[in-house]
Design a protein around this ligand. Structure first.
Ligand code: ADP
Ligand code: MG
Length: 342
């Protein structure tokens, strides 16, 4: 294997130390992805540089000029505190003809807009929940007739289940108006209201630019949640370790899927990946309703890449070990056809 010069782009506050010896899991948690990627690439023999980025593109230009990396490993999920700005950072890398891992700017932009991505998918006859956008700044919010309760209310653009709790499922017009106002007020973004898909939640990792590989279908389970509570990935389910333990959150290879789903779901996820112009790697989130019909909930380009998290775990189940996974992501970054480069 060729030894490469790699600059890892990461949030300024998450630049990991050389070693986490003596630190507790809780101390490591905020920068676990950054550390896992850094330490693994270093141990593979690559020349690895950690670059903290917050609100200045100049640091990237300078590092690219002085280090001349073969590839930038992109772990940025925001720029200057704004999630959707991650696409612009990647655009900057394209402008300076720098190769990078993960998704291209167009894919990032399309996937981060939960309405636009569903419009494109619907054009391709990919099943998506019916939805309606309630823009910020508009006073009254009449509910379109095609949307029947229960509905699900969330931010159009935020990630990581910000603003998502059991109250996101609404059962009448009053609750709907209240939750839309909550999203507007607390997140300052448009709100999207979708048909609530009751059923199972599955995730499919996809790897590739043109030729795509899918990982085994992964499923979210709650072993100890009240029977009548909606089974959804709220902020607490994703980030609160104590709550995870309390309700028994686990993810694992999905079993007893509806007939044929082992074949049709990965195929569907590849179509979604292509429809949204994704490249590099992504995790497609779906829900399967109680009649066995899958619906796209969200496509996540550049998903969480920590060792032991869903993406790496499902890759492991497919026989792709963590170092191999990172190397494949790098190879895809190097192989991606940059615009304007012959
Ligand atoms: N239409 C829906 N029906 C049922 N559950 C939903 C729906 N939309 C979102 N959810 C639940 O909320 C979670 C987070 O929603 P998602 O759109 O993936 O936002 P985020 O970008 O914050 O992850 C999903 O994983 C799912 O559990
Ligand atoms: Mg999601």
């Amino acid at each position: 294997m060729k030894k490469l010069r790699i600059v890892i782009l990461m949030h300024e506050d998450l630049v990991p130390p050389d070693s986490t010896d003596g630190m507790t899991d809780e101390q490591v948690a905020p920068f676990k992805t950054e550390f896992d990627v850094f330490a693994t690439l270093r141990d593979m023999g690559h020349e690895v540089h950690r670059l903290g980025v917050s609100s200045d593109l100049g640091v990237i230009r300078k590092a690219v000029r002085t280090i001349e990396p073969h590839v930038c490993f992109n772990l940025l999920e925001e720029f200057d505190g704004v999630g959707v700005f991650d696409a612009h950072v990647v655009s900057f890398l394209e402008l300076i003809r720098q190769r990078y891992t993960g998704c291209n700017p167009r894919g990032l932009m399309l996937a981060h807009d939960k309405a636009l991505s569903k419009m494109i998918c619907r054009y391709h006859r990919i099943p998506v929940p019916p939805f309606h956008v309630f823009p910020l700044g508009r006073k009254s919010h009449p509910r379109p007739r095609k949307l029947e309760f229960p509905l699900f209310v969330k931010s159009l653009t935020e990630e990581g289940s910000v603003g998502i709790s059991q109250k996101s499922v609404v059962y009448n017009d009053e609750e709907l108006a209240e939750r839309v106002a909550f999203i507007h007020r607390t997140l300052n973004t448009d709100a999207i209201v979708e048909q609530y898909i009751d059923g199972r939640e599955v995730y499919v990792g996809v790897l590739g630019n043109q030729r795509l590989t899918t990982m085994p279908i992964w499923e979210l389970h709650f072993k100890k949640l009240r029977e009548d509570a909606p089974r959804i990935a709220t902020g607490k389910v994703k980030w609160d370790y104590k709550y995870q333990e309390k309700v028994g959150v686990i993810t694992r290879a999905a079993e007893d899927l509806p007939e044929g789903a082992e074949v049709t779901i990965p195929r569907l996820c590849k179509r979604i990946y292509r429809a949204l112009s994704l490249t590099g790697y992504a995790r497609i989130d779906l829900r399967i309703d109680n009649d066995g019909h899958p619906y796209l909930i969200e496509a996540n380009p550049n998903p969480q890449l920590a060792y032991g998290e869903d993406f790496a775990e499902s890759a492991h189940a497919a026989g792709i070990e963590y170092d191999d996974l990172l190397q494949r992501i790098i190879n895809l970054g190097q192989g991606y056809q940059l615009t304007g480069v012959g």
